[in-house]
Ligand binder design. Structure first.
Ligand SMILES: [Zn+2]
Length: 204
């Protein structure tokens, strides 16, 4: 946990509380890491569940120091070496930039690099003069011109009665090591904003 979330949970959580995280994921970063949503509504304190009771019993079975020393040895034993040996390419932003920088193909845009990075949106340009979507041709997906006679597609060389709103926006994505600008085109925007561009246009 880092950032505002710690301040928000500071008064809610006590040492020894059993906490549930929604959709938590285990990854091999620096031993074992857990990645989860950072929304406070996805973090449930003092869960009433049989497994929570079992965990509470385990926690009370020894002192905090004893538990912590066994966790530290687990972390040291689990370290998996440098970035290139990590099977899932799960990196932080600084490591991702360094790794992409070492590939001439990625730098020249002739090849894509795929990385899994955890972070959060730190800046969203909310500028009305620059819409977050464009109207696309339903046949070739290129940008169309909104003309009195219809939506004109230069690529297809004809006009249509309807056009498809399609996302094209950018935001700043950060973690504790750095920041990058993420460009969201088409359906990528659906998963970032949680709705299709067509719904977005209707609601705004
Ligand atoms: Zn077209």
């Amino acid at each position: 946990m880092w950032g505002d979330l710690c301040a928000q949970l500071h008064n809610t959580l006590q040492s020894g509380d059993i906490v549930a995280f929604k959709q938590c994921r285990v990854s091999d970063y620096n031993g074992k890491s857990l990645n989860a949503s950072s929304s406070p509504s996805d973090i449930i304190a003092n869960v009433k569940h049989a497994r929570a009771a079992a965990l509470q019993k385990w926690y009370q079975s020894a002192s905090v120091d004893q538990h912590m020393s066994s966790l530290q040895s687990l972390q040291t034993g689990g370290q998996s070496g440098d970035a290139t040996t990590r099977v899932d390419n799960h990196l932080n932003i600084c490591e991702m930039i360094e790794e992409a920088d070492q590939s001439a193909d990625i730098k020249q845009n002739s090849k894509s690099g795929w990385y899994k990075v955890d972070g959060y949106c730190t800046f969203f340009n909310n500028d009305d003069s620059k819409p977050m979507y464009y109207l696309a041709c339903k046949t070739c997906k290129k940008k169309v011109l909104d003309e009195p006679s219809g939506y004109r597609c230069e690529n297809c060389g004809k006009s249509y009665n309807e056009a498809v709103p399609t996302y094209n926006f950018a935001f700043m994505f950060s973690d504790y090591t750095g920041k990058v600008t993420v460009q969201c085109l088409g359906e990528v925007g659906d998963s970032i904003l949680g709705c299709t561009a067509a719904t977005f246009v209707e609601d705004t």
